[in-house]
Design a protein around this ligand. Sequence first.
Ligand code: NDP
Length: 500
Amino acid sequence: MPRDAFAIAERLTSDLAARPQLLLIDGQAVPARSGETFATINPATGEEIAQVARGGVEDVAHAVAAARRAFDNPSWRRMSAVERSNLLLKLADLIERDAEELAVLECLDNGKPASLTRWVEVEGAIRTFRYFAGWPTKFGGETLPVSPRSGAHILNYTTREPVGVAALIVPWNYPLSMAAWKVAPALAAGCTVILKPAEQTPLTALRLGELALEAGIPAGVLNVVTGFGDAGAALVDHPDVDKVAFTGSTEVGKLIARASTVNLKKVTLELGGKSPQIVLPDADLEAAAVSIASGIFFNQGQTCTAGSRLYAHASIHDRLLQLVADEAAKLRIGNGLDPQTTFGPLVSDEQWERVNGYVEIGRAEGAELVIGGKRPEGQERGFFFEPTILAGATGSMRVVREEIFGPVLSSLSWTDPDDLVRQANDSDFGLSAGIWTNDVKSAHRLAGAVRAGTVWVNCFNMVDNATPFGGFKQSGWGREHSRSAMENYSEIKSVWINLS
Ligand code: NDP
């Protein structure tokens, strides 16, 4: 937790209110060509924090041209692996230097508690840049034992080359860490980048761009275009963008997949989820309840991996639900600048309406409201919504099938172990799953049977740069983190040399 978050926030908000926040293109802070700006709002108060340049098609073209020039510039293209590593390490150091300020800035813009932004966003970004700083010196090709029919003596080897200009379109739920998940491997692989933050949370992306310049990353290598969905769409449409990496809704992911065929961009998509939490009768219920509560209520449920479908065995269902409700009651709802706060507001009025709408849909469909379902008392300003549990849900309900992206747990009970797997897999999504059991055979059997990119057994929401992250089914294409992320931003070249 930043030491004096309120004081830092006061200083930041007066600086931010003083002038519009500009785009970062080719190393320069520039207004949008249209001159337009938009307001970014503090979700805890509903008040404007700053005006931000609204980048449009022309600004995107400007940024892409800058990124292309930077990509073609030998000072970036031919930079040694060690130098590239050092730049990423330096950027991580600068994020660490400004950690408290960044944590408060993210809290103001996104609403999540500053104690969480310090850990998840800022520490997460530092770790990600340091992790990917290790790759340039290790990421290369192979020599391969080809067998030409002619009997020629051939040396065949592969190289890894950067894909080119990458458009990185990120959401509002983890603004700085999602940016880092994409920017760090893209730069490590030698790409140049246009980062497009979500309209709700543009501020830390702009700071990241400034810090990259301070770290010595050449102008044009990391450009930041703030704006609305049309700016994202312009990036995807642009014929000189080689790669798109996107995190956000499945709906927009599908639009991107279609639009990117303009020049067959390489596309990776990290999309929605509706993760099951599967609890067997032998599980440690107290431990499971703590993790299930945090799995759905962490970040106010605005997490793609949120464990939003609970499948508890009928023999322990009611007791488990009570324990989860007890955990929810321990959450301290409030302004994220307060060190006591563990549960902040939703990101926007629109998101509040969406979450509230889903609770109404769930009740109309026949689910029973156990806790929550409304604005908390004493929180008349801002976009606060109580941690909510809907019991008696069934597999056909919209609250079980659709991503709510809010603090709403839908609970179902089961008795037939064979049908359990069918139910857990009865979803368009396949991002992650949690399994709670002390039986090793059941753990492995279920881990193999659930169709999800990540499975957590007796834990939940553990993420690490070392291990791949991404989804089956409509949860996405490709994997972030690990060597997989380096592969996303590179092309393989196979070189044949006739030595005969
Ligand atoms: P979006 O998918 O619309 O936004 C994600 C990013 O894509 C933002 O930067 C957005 O810009 C940009 N974008 C929007 N339209 C386009 C487009 N046509 N082409 C390219 N980029 C585009 O998510 P929302 O913010 O609208 O949230 C809606 C729902 O999406 C949530 O309720 C949640 O269910 C889901 N979601 C899932 C996330 C996940 O991690 N899986 C993350 C965020 C949302 P802009 O912000 O300016 O519109």
